[in-house]
Design a protein around this ligand. Structure first.
Ligand code: SME
Length: 189
């Protein structure tokens, strides 16, 4: 998970903070073998430590994309931001192959999650009517709405996985907790 020499027992939030300050690039968070609840708790801890003192939504999106993407080895992890409220999403920071640039509210998985302001889990993208394909290898997907401190929709967090059925209620719960960073930190209205 962390450095080869680190054990979970000694990684307190302060220790974690100093690790990031001293040797950020050496930290590899790999949560693939961990139980989901534990993995998301640890991920949330890393998000809080790395983004401590930051209140910039783009910095938050970039950092959360990188942490989530590499921790679970997904195909595509990133954000679509509200460009025109109620009408249009535009791609934000992400990790993975090129994503499509704009998605209308109500279109695809992202536009559905944005229009309905609810997390959407798609176990098989071939069975989701209107699914928008960015990477043909994607088999399953989860999209989580992201809101600011006043409840305004900032965008959605979109994750694609190469295996079918990669996401379930624990992922929804874990990722909804992770994106609460925006509700705690960002006032865009
Ligand atoms: N599959 C998404 C489009 C975005 S890409 O997956 C990065 C959708 O149907 O909205």
């Amino acid at each position: 998970m962390l450095l080869a020499t680190e054990t979970r027992a000694c990684v307190t939030p302060n220790r974690l903070r100093s690790l990031y300050v001293i040797r950020m690039a050496e930290i590899t968070l790999d949560l693939r073998t961990r139980p989901k609840g534990e993995a998301y708790r640890e991920l949330a801890e890393h998000v809080d430590v790395v983004l401590d003192g930051i209140n910039d939504p783009i910095a938050g999106m970039a950092t959360i994309s990188a942490l989530v993407h590499h921790a679970f080895g997904y195909l595509w992890t990133g954000f679509y931001r509200v460009a025109e409220p109620g009408r249009l999403l535009r791609v934000g920071p992400y990790q993975g192959m090129l994503g499509c640039l704009e998605i209308a509210f109500g279109s695809g998985v992202c536009g559905t999650a944005a229009a309905e302001r609810r997390t959407v889990i798609v176990a098989d993208v071939n069975l989701f009517p209107g699914h928008i394909t960015c990477d043909a290898r994607a088999r399953s997907e989860i999209v989580v709405p992201v809101t600011d401190s006043r409840g305004a929709l900032l965008g959605v967090l979109d994750i694609d996985a190469e295996s079918p059925g990669a996401f379930g209620p624990r992922d929804a719960e874990g990722l909804e907790q992770i994106v609460k960073w925006f509700a705690r930190t960002i006032n865009a209205s």
